[in-house]
Write a protein that binds this ligand. Structure first.
Ligand SMILES: Cc1cc2nc3c(=O)[nH]c(=O)nc-3n(C[C@H](O)[C@H](O)[C@H](O)COP(=O)(O)OP(=O)(O)OC[C@H]3O[C@@H](n4cnc5c(N)ncnc54)[C@H](O)[C@@H]3O)c2cc1C
Length: 532
C-alpha cells in the first residue's frame, strides 16, 4: 500500500478514526467517482487521481485501519477540491466563528470552504457517496448546536462566497450566500442603495433570508424572503438551478421561509434593490417603570404602521448590572432622515433615560453584536394587545428574578410587529410560505435572547425560559390572543415552526420537497435545523 499517496486529511484524522469504526465504509461505491470524476467537479482525470481513489477504496474495504465514512469523505474532498479542505486535527486549523458557544463546541471531521456552487455540488455528492452527514454554515448566528455545525461530519462553510455586485440599472444586487449583512451594506450605502436585510452586522444573509428576515425596510417591502428575485440553488442531486417566479416557481415559493435545510443549498441570492439615502434611528433606553406606556405606544404603532410604510419599531426588556437592573429599550427607525416622525408620537412622549437615536446610514445602524456566550432563543406570536404585553412584562420580571444569580446572565426579550402593511407586502411574486394573511393581523412576535456564561446553568435557564413561555401562552389563550405562527429565525429547535405555517402550506412544502429531494438527502444527511 502506497501510503504516501493518501491525502493529508486522512493522516491527520487517523488517531480519531481508530475510535470511530464504521462497518459501512466497505460499501462505499467508489466506482461512481472513478467512472465520472467530472460529475464530482474533478475536471482532469489523471492516473494519480485514480490511484488515490483506488487506494482509499482498498483501505475502506480492508476496514482494519478503522477509517470511518467521514474520514473517507474528507479524504475524497481533499482530492477533489484540495486547497479548500481543512481538518480540526491539523495544528494549523482555524475554527470558524459562531455566535453561540453551543455551536462552537461542535467539531466537524473536516471543513470545506466552498468557492463556487460547483464546490457545494461536490460536497453534496461526496456526502451521498460516503453517507457522511453535513451541515451548512452561513453567518453562524443560530443559537442551538448542530444548526450550522456538525459533529464528525462535513462542514460546508459558505464564507468565501462573498461577492456583492449591483446590476447596471441598480435594481438587483447579487449577493454570494456567504456574506454577512455588513458586507452588503458597506457596498450599497456609498451607492445610495439598499436591500431588505438584517439589522445587525454579523448576521448571515443565508439563514436570515431563508427563514423570513425582519428588516428596517419591511413596512415598505415585506420581509427579506419577499425580496429575493432569484435563488441560485444546488439541489440534492448536485445540479445547480435558478429558482424565481418564472423558473422553478414552486421551489422559489418554498425557499421564501421554508429554510435551506429541506430543499437545497443556496449559492447566490439576487436581491431587489432600491434607492436609499440616510435614515433616522437608534435606541432609546428607559426605566422599567415605563413598561406600561411602552406597551401602549408599541401596540398603537402595530395598528398605525400601514399609514407610514417608512417606520419600523421594536421594544425590548432586559436585565443587566450595567443598566442598574431591569430596563426597557425601544428601537424606532424611519427610512428617511426625519427624527421622531408623527407615527412615533406616543413613543416620543415617554421620557427616555438615554436617547441614542440620530441620523444614520444602515451600515452604522447594523452595529455588530458579537455575543459569544451560551445563548437560548425562543419565540411565540400573539395578536396585538397592549394589556397582554403589560402582563407579559410582569411575568418576565417574575421569572427572570429567580435566575439573576447566574453568572453572566443577560436575559432579553422583545416585541416586534407584523403589521398589516408587512403582511400585504408578503403577497408579492406569488407569496411566501409563512401562511399569514390580513385576517390574522396585526400580530406581535415575542422572542427571548438569553445569554449566560457557564454550560452548568443551562438546565436552570432552560426551565425558566420554558416556564416563562408556558405562562405567557396560557395567558394569551385565556385572552383569545394566541396565534399559531412561530418565527423560524427566533425559534428553539423543539418548536413546531412548519406546523405554524398552516396545514395547507405544510402539505405543499412536503410535496415540493418530495419533488426536489425524492431520496431525502437533506432529511437524512443534513441532520441539523428545522425539518419538514
Ligand atoms: C445578533 C442577532 C441579530 C439578529 N437580527 C435579526 C434581524 O434583524 N432580523 C431577523 O429576521 N432575524 C434576525 N436574527 C435571527 C437570524 O435571522 C437567524 O439566527 C438566522 O438563521 C441567522 O442566519 P445565519 O446565516 O447567520 O446563521 P447560520 O447558523 O449560518 O444558518 C442558519 C440556518 O440556515 C442554513 N443556511 C444558511 N445559509 C444557507 C444557504 N445559503 N443555503 C442553505 N442553507 C443555509 C444553515 O445551514 C442553518 O441551518 C438575528 C440573530 C442574532 C443572533
Amino acid at each position: 500500500m502506497r501510503f504516501h499517496l493518501l491525502p493529508a486529511v486522512v493522516w491527520l484524522a487517523l488517531p480519531h478514526a481508530i475510535l470511530a469504526q464504521d462497518p459501512v465504509v466497505g460499501a462505499i461505491p467508489f466506482d461512481q467517482l472513478l467512472s465520472d470524476p467530472a460529475g464530482f467537479g474533478f475536471a482532469n482525470r489523471t492516473p494519480s487521481f485514480d490511484a488515490q481513489v483506488q487506494e482509499l477504496e482498498q483501505m475502506a474495504k480492508a476496514g482494519n485501519l478503522g477509517l470511518d465514512k467521514c474520514q473517507i469523505a474528507c479524504a475524497l474532498l481533499e482530492l477533489l477540491v484540495p486547497p479548500n479542505v481543512s481538518s480540526p486535527a491539523s495544528p494549523d486549523y482555524k475554527p470558524v466563528k459562531y455566535w453561540s458557544v453551543q455551536q462552537s463546541e461542535v467539531i466537524p471531521a473536516c471543513r470545506i470552504d466552498v468557492a463556487s456552487a460547483r464546490d457545494i455540488s461536490t460536497a453534496i455528492k461526496v456526502s451521498k457517496l460516503t453517507q457522511c452527514p453535513f451541515a451548512v454554515k452561513g453567518g453562524g448566528h443560530v443559537a442551538f448546536a448542530g444548526a450550522s455545525s456538525i459533529q464528525n461530519g462535513i462542514l460546508i462553510n459558505l464564507a468565501n462566497l462573498n461577492t456583492v455586485s449591483v446590476n447596471e440599472d441598480r435594481t438587483i444586487t447579487s449577493v454570494g450566500s456567504g456574506n454577512t449583512w455588513i458586507n452588503v451594506y458597506k457596498i450599497l450605502d456609498p451607492l445610495g442603495l439598499s436591500v431588505v436585510g438584517g439589522r445587525e452586522a454579523s448576521v448571515g444573509v443565508g439563514g436570515l433570508t431563508l427563514g423570513g428576515g425582519i428588516s428596517y425596510f419591511s413596512g415598505r417591502y415585506g420581509w427579506a424572503c419577499d425580496n429575493v428575485l432569484n435563488y441560485e440553488v444546488v439541489l440534492a442531486d448536485g445540479s445547480i438551478v435558478i429558482a424565481s417566479p418564472t423558473s422553478e416557481p414552486n421551489l422559489y415559493w418554498a425557499l421564501r421561509g421554508g429554510s435551506g435545510t429541506n430543499f437545497g443549498i443556496i449559492s447566490r441570492f439576487d436581491l431587489a434593490t432600491f434607492e436609499q439615502g440616510p435614515l433616522w434611528g437608534g435606541s432609546k433606553y428607559y426605566s422599567i417603570i415605563s413598561n406600561a406606556s411602552l406597551a401602549e405606544a408599541f401596540s398603537k404603532f402595530a395598528v398605525d404602521a400601514p399609514t407610514d410604510d417608512f417606520a419600523h419599531l421594536y421594544i425590548a426588556f432586559g436585565y443587566a448590572d450595567s443598566f442598574g437592573g431591569f430596563a426597557a429599550v425601544s428601537g424606532p427607525t424611519y427610512g428617511k432622515p426625519v427624527a421622531d416622525a408623527p407615527i412615533f408620537d406616543e413613543l416620543s412622549k415617554i421620557p427616555a433615560l438615554i436617547d441614542a437615536t440620530g441620523l444614520n446610514n444602515i451600515t452604522a445602524l447594523a452595529i455588530a453584536l458579537d455575543q459569544t456566550a451560551y445563548v437560548r432563543f425562543r419565540t411565540v406570536t400573539f395578536k396585538n394587545d397592549a394589556n397582554l404585553i403589560k402582563q407579559l412584562v410582569q411575568i418576565y420580571v417574575e421569572e427572570t428574578s429567580t435566575v439573576l444569580d447566574i453568572p453572566g446572565i443577560l436575559p432579553f426579550f422583545s416585541f416586534q410587529p407584523i403589521s398589516l402593511n408587512i403582511i400585504d407586502k408578503m403577497k408579492k411574486n406569488g407569496g411566501n410560505v409563512l401562511g399569514l394573511s390580513e385576517a390574522d393581523g396585526p400580530l406581535v412576535i415575542m422572542n427571548v435572547n438569553w445569554g449566560w456564561s457557564d454550560a452548568a446553568d443551562d438546565a436552570r435557564i432552560s426551565d425558566t425560559v420554558l416556564r416563562f413561555f408556558s405562562r405567557s401562552i396560557a395567558l394569551a389563550k385565556s385572552m383569545s390572543l394566541d396565534h399559531r405562527f412561530i418565527y423560524m429565525n427566533y425559534a428553539g429547535l423543539d418548536q413546531g415552526v412548519f406546523a405554524g405555517y398552516g396545514e395547507h402550506n405544510l402539505g405543499r412544502l412536503k410535496d415540493i420537497q418530495k419533488r426536489y429531494d425524492p431520496h431525502g438527502v437533506f432529511t437524512k444527511l443534513q441532520p441539523g435545523y428545522f425539518k419538514l
